[in-house]
Design a protein around this ligand. Structure first.
Ligand code: M6R
Length: 603
């Protein structure tokens, strides 16, 4: 996820664009840049780092102009660097472009443009855009036609804004990525999200896919891809600018729960082939020398690691997960044939980094599964697999858990094939289910009854979560989310372990959430009976096809029927929503729970 913005006014746009980028920084913060045009050419300033680094760089800059575009980046193609930062230009520097999304056919376009003389300087997919526009301008197209012809060549998802050296306008379009116009008294704005300009105007025009916009200081003209004029209403936004960074959501956590379908699409994008996974840096054979796998992680990432361990173990791989902070206390055998996977959203968690470093010293090969390109884990491990979930602001990890698990499902396929010589059992149906996962998550988020169910037992003495196999890690994650943001007692258990002690805690005041996946179903049904006979209410989270389980439930939170290996990911989304709505009712500080930080960089 990245943030794009643009402004056309009659005075300097540099300051307003910088302001907008600060407000869009939650969308990405590994590099930033601005291009301004004053009728006599385009000046670009861009650099790696947060928007504050760009602000420092701009402090000594004297050129300004009324027309400009800006970008704050969350890398998907190419590491964070000055050169990969947006805006990008073509050969002649006549056109500058910013882009949010993924251009799927950029490799073909790049080859084609290179053959015709384009020289590329960055590793980004975005750079093809200014080259395409410049090529059309050189062929004699007027600016709008050149822009239209260029975007006609693009496949993928995008929001794009372009300026041309001698044109008093911004040209923009969207397809699958957000874009909204701000109508000011003396300027027009454009951005990925309203907060970028809400402090300047509350008059907005929401654009739809395939809208093409020409923005000038006192007008915005919208057409479809063929040039037919479109009228979109100007709406008044009644958000408080202070809260608007969260868009229409009350909390970042809720926003991020809702972003999971998009995050998963990005995680999976281009990585599932016809008969195998297609993991950029990990072609078949990459892990042939590996004998065993160890996963190291903390908190939510640890639960994702457990999910990976369960899948690997079920497919014949020697795998174990360790709480990273405990790793040094376990003299686990590790050598050159051990692959140690650090699962870490931020890539900066001190406990995980230290455990990885210890494993490296023992000779292990290390791999980071992380969300942050350029993070310490990504840089210091031998390899990295990026989950591409986009920035997560809420302290409670939500979309990154789903993306971590999806990435581990993909990585499992590569490891199992390389280490055992066979694909995973059922891989074809699991691939199909992975492809449907974003849509399935969408239907859970849109159809959930979690808000009302979460209110039924508020204030009870404890909330318990149970599951078996992959659902055990989700039971732990459901409990972590609940305790983290409600501050209420919550515990996750392996369902079969209840009778070995925890059942003593179960009373009519302890609701139990049972996650049913289709694996070990009859055993879970017995566990549910044990709980209900002690008077505790049971909320079943499962597909409707688990009829016996569903029929016994006191409450039921359905998830779509899919491959049983993936059901727990969907159930986890329901549990995130349970925790969220309970905490919201209790008026907790959901995005910044007490005593906790997003990234724990101390041991
Ligand atoms: O950045 P990491 O994934 O390494 O962070 C590890 C934990 O601190 C983190 O998952 C934490 O448990 C979650 N924020 C809880 O929601």
């Amino acid at each position: 996820m990245c943030g794009i913005t643009a402004r056309v006014g009659t005075d300097g746009s540099l300051g307003p664009l910088l302001d907008s980028l600060k407000r869009l920084e939650y969308r990405g913060y590994d590099s930033a840049g601005i291009a301004v045009q004053n009728g006599a050419g385009i000046s670009i300033n861009k650099c790696k780092g947060e928007v504050s680094a760009l602000e420092d760089a701009l402090a000594t800059v004297s050129h300004d102009g009324p027309i400009g575009i800006g970008h704050t980046r969350w890398s998907t193609h190419g590491s964070p660097s000055d050169v990969n930062a947006h805006p990008h230009t073509g050969n002649d520097g006549r056109v500058a472009a910013v882009h949010n999304g993924i251009i799927e056919n950029y490799v073909e376009l790049r080859e084609e443009l290179t053959e015709r003389g384009s020289r590329f300087t960055s590793e980004t997919d975005t750079e093809v855009i200014p080259h395409l526009v410049e090529e059309r301008l050189a062929a004699g197209d007027d600016p709008e036609t050149a822009f239209r012809t260029a975007i006609d060549r693009l496949e993928g998802s995008y929001a794009i804004a372009v300026i041309i050296d001698d044109e008093p306008a911004v040209y923009a379009t969207r397809n699958g990525s957000p874009l909204v116009i701000g109508v000011g008294d003396d300027a027009r704005y454009l951005a990925s999200d309203v907060p970028a300009f809400l402090h300047r105007t509350d008059q907005v025009v929401y654009l739809e896919d395939d809208d093409v916009v020409v923005l000038t200081a006192d007008d915005h003209r919208i057409t479809d891809l063929r040039g037919t004029p479109i009228t979109r209403p100007i709406e008044t936004v009644d958000w408080d600018p202070e809260d608007a960074e969260k868009g229409s959501y009350d909390h970042y956590m809720l926003k991020e729960i809702h972003e999971q379908p998009m995050a998963l699409r990005q995680t999976l994008h281009g990585r599932i082939g016809d008969d195998d996974v297609d993991l950029e840096s990990f072609p078949p054979g990459t892990f042939e020398e590996v004998d065993r796998v160890r996963l190291l992680a903390c908190g939510t990432s640890y639960h994702a690691g457990m999910y990976g361990e369960w899948l690997l173990s079920n497919n014949g791989v020697d795998a174990n997960t360790f709480i990273a902070s405990e790793y040094s206390a376990y003299p686990a055998p590790v050598d050159e044939s051990t692959l140690v996977i650090g699962v870490t959203q931020s890539g900066e968690t001190a406990d995980t980094l230290e455990a990885l470093s210890a494993a490296r010293e023992q000779g292990a090969r290390t791999l980071a599964v992380t969300n942050v390109i350029g993070s310490t884990a990504a840089r210091t491990c031998d390899d990295a697999l990026f989950i591409r979930a986009g920035p997560e602001i809420g302290v409670a990890a939500t979309k990154t858990f789903s993306s971590q698990v999806a990435a581990l499902v993909l990585l499992t396929e590569r490891l199992v094939r390389d280490m055992t010589g066979e694909p995973t059992t059922d891989y074809e149906t699991r691939f199909d289910a992975l492809e449907s996962l974003p849509d399935h998550v969408e239907s859970v988020v849109n159809g959930t009854q979690a808000a009302s169910i979460s209110q039924r037992w508020l204030g009870d003495s404890g909330h318990f979560f149970i599951g078996r196999g992959g659902a055990y890690s989700v039971a732990l994650e459901g409990a972590l989310k609940f305790k983290e943001i409600t501050y209420e007692h919550a515990e996750g258990f392996a369902a079969g372990e209840l009778k070995h002690g925890p059942l003593a805690l179960v009373t009519p005041e302890t609701p139990v959430f049972a996650v049913g996946t289709g694996h070990h179903q009859s055993r879970l049904e017995s566990n549910v009976n044990e709980i209900q006979s002690r008077g505790a209410p049971v909320v079943v989270v499962a597909p409707r096809t688990a009829t016996r389980l569903v029929d016994t439930a006191d409450e039921f939170l359905p998830v779509p029927a899919t491959h049983p290996d993936l059901v727990a990911i969907l159930a986890n989304v329901q549990l995130q929503l349970i925790a969220y709505h309970a905490a919201n009712e209790m008026d907790r500080s959901i995005d910044k729970p007490r005593n906790l930080a997003k990234s724990v960089t101390v041991e």
